[in-house]
Structures are given as structure tokens and as C-alpha cells.
Ligand binder design. Structure first.
Ligand SMILES: Nc1ncnc2c1ncn2[C@@H]1O[C@H](COP(=O)(O)OP(=O)(O)OP(=O)(O)O)[C@@H](O)[C@H]1O
Ligand SMILES: [Mg+2]
Length: 259
């Protein structure tokens, strides 16, 4: 088996919003070329972990090594040029701007050479021919799935080594969800490492190499596709995580006992 190279190593990470702690003692790693998924209930801290990597959240302590470089203490505008890109929840493409201009905007976040921009644009159009066919169309007139493709395409234009996708299938019909997962595989096949947050655990587990389960700011489990019954193990971990989250909700509301 080929030696694995770490692209991301997160150690003992603690992050907070004001005096509210959102992540506690996170330890996780991502190897080059992998698709790694973060699973967990609403409010578990999945988006916060991605935002922490990108320098958008206050980090109290811990370390995030990216290709051996410490990211903690760096600002987003210093991190993005190192080759990390995030497609946030809710896509956020520019609706009044054409597909091709949306893609061009992606290049602004990185040191630009015209030749590399052209190469990336060709790669995006080749991978997503539907974007090429619609390059003059306004972003807002694309279908939900096409907008997600555009959001991913725009992120690729910033030439990432690590692409983070926060709930890319949210709000999409099942057939389109399947398409989005195809898009994610294509991104991986382009040589880009993917960190994915997904509510659709079963679909995510089908394409990912490993998955971490988050529960109220902590990682409570990890599954790997080297395990035969990955899906079943993950289901059990998730059941516990969701029950745990519910229990905490109740105790925060001052409820006791009952179902
Ligand atoms: N800007 C913020 N200010 C204060 N608290 C926040 C902020 N953003 C998130 N939080 C809190 O941090 C915790 C983790 O939120 P986060 O958005 O990371 O969860 P998530 O796992 O992505 O959930 P979801 O599946 O609903 O997207 C939640 O309790 C949330 O209320
Ligand atoms: Mg989230």
C-alpha cells in the first residue's frame, strides 16, 4: 500500500465563540487524496471545525498543521493562498453575475498567473460541461444542483489542495444529491483532498475514505472504509451522538427523565 502523506493534522483543538466553547479537544487528520467526512447532529460543531481551519473562529488552544505549516494564529487571507478553500453552507454564489464571472471571482483569492487560471478554468469546464454550456447564464438562473456545481467550480478556481464542502447536498432533491456526490468524486479525481460535512451520512460514507463523528464539540468516533461494516459502525456512533445531543437539549431546557 502506498505511504500516506498527511495534509492536515489537528491536535487538541479548542475553539470558542465569545465565552461559549464550540470545540473541545479535537484530534483529527486528513491524508492527501482522501475524502474525509464530518458527521454529527445540528450544532455538533462541524461548520465550526471547518471555519477554525480557515481562521474564521477564535482558537483557544491546539494546533492545525497543514502540510506541516501551523495555521493557528494565521488569518483567513493568509490561509486561503496556502491552498485551502471552503464552500460554505448555503452555497452563496453571485446570482446577478454570469457563470463565467462567478468562476473568475474564484481566482481573486489566490496569487494569479494567467496560465494557471486558464488551466483551472479548462479543468472546471471539462469536469462540469453543464457550466460550460451555461457560462453566459446568470448564476441565479441555474438549478439548485447546477448552483452547487458552480460553487464547487468557483472554489476550484482558487487552486486548492484541500477543499472543504459544508453540506453540499442540502436542500437538493435525491437525484440531484446523487449528482453532487459525483461532483465530489470528480474533485477528488482532480487530485484535490476533500473535507466534507454531510447530513446525508449513508451517501457520504459510500464515497469517503474515513469519517469522524462529532458530538457537542467533541470527536466521539472515527470509521474507515478499511472496516468491512463501516456503515453499520457509523450508524451506531451516530445514533449515540444524536441521542446525546437530544439529552443535552432537554437538560438545557431543565427537563428530566422521560423519553
Ligand atoms: N457565530 C456564532 N456565535 C455564537 N455561537 C455560534 C456561532 N456559530 C455557531 N455557534 C454555536 O456553536 C455550536 C456549533 O455550531 P456549528 O455551526 O459548528 O454546528 P454544525 O455541526 O455545523 O451544525 P449544523 O448541522 O446545524 O450546521 C452551536 O452550538 C452553535 O450555536
Ligand atoms: Mg453547519
Amino acid at each position: 500500500m502506498a505511504e500516506k502523506t498527511q495534509i492536515l493534522k489537528i491536535s487538541n483543538l479548542v475553539s470558542s465563540y465569545g465565552n461559549i466553547r464550540a470545540l473541545t479537544d479535537i484530534n483529527a487528520e486528513v491524508n492527501k487524496g482522501e475524502i474525509v467526512t464530518l458527521l454529527g447532529a445540528n450544532g455538533a460543531g462541524k461548520s465550526t471545525l471547518m471555519k477554525s481551519i480557515l481562521g474564521m473562529v477564535h482558537i483557544d488552544s491546539g494546533s492545525i498543521l497543514y502540510n506541516g505549516t501551523e495555521l493557528v494564529g494565521k488569518k483567513s487571507h493568509q490561509i486561503v493562498p496556502l491552498g485551502i478553500s471552503l464552500v460554505p453552507e448555503g452555497r452563496k454564489i453571485f446570482v446577478d453575475v454570469s457563470v463565467e464571472n462567478n468562476l473568475e471571482i474564484g481566482t481573486y483569492f489566490r496569487t494569479r498567473t494567467k496560465a494557471r487560471d486558464k488551466e483551472l478554468l479548462d479543468m472546471v469546464y471539462e469536469t462540469f460541461p453543464r457550466l460550460y454550456e451555461r457560462k453566459k447564464q446568470l448564476g441565479g438562473t441555474l438549478s439548485g444542483g447546477e448552483q452547487q456545481m458552480l460553487a464547487v467550480g468557483r472554489a476550484i478556481m482558487s487552486d486548492p489542495q484541500l477543499l472543504m464542502l459544508d453540506e453540499p447536498s442540502m436542500g437538493l432533491a435525491p437525484l440531484v444529491v446523487a449528482e453532487v456526490f459525483e461532483v465530489i468524486k470528480k474533485v477528488r479525481d482532480m487530485g484535490i483532498t476533500v473535507l466534507l460535512v454531510e447530513q446525508n451520512a449513508s451517501m457520504a460514507l459510500r464515497i469517503c475514505d474515513r469519517a469522524y463523528v462529532l458530538n457537542t464539540g467533541k470527536i466521539t468516533g472515527m470509521v474507515s472504509n478499511e472496516q468491512e461494516n463501516m456503515q453499520e459502525i457509523a450508524d451506531n456512533m451516530l445514533r449515540e451522538a444524536y441521542l446525546g445531543a437530544k439529552k443535552q437539549d432537554r437538560s438545557e431546557r431543565g427537563e428530566t427523565g422521560g423519553k
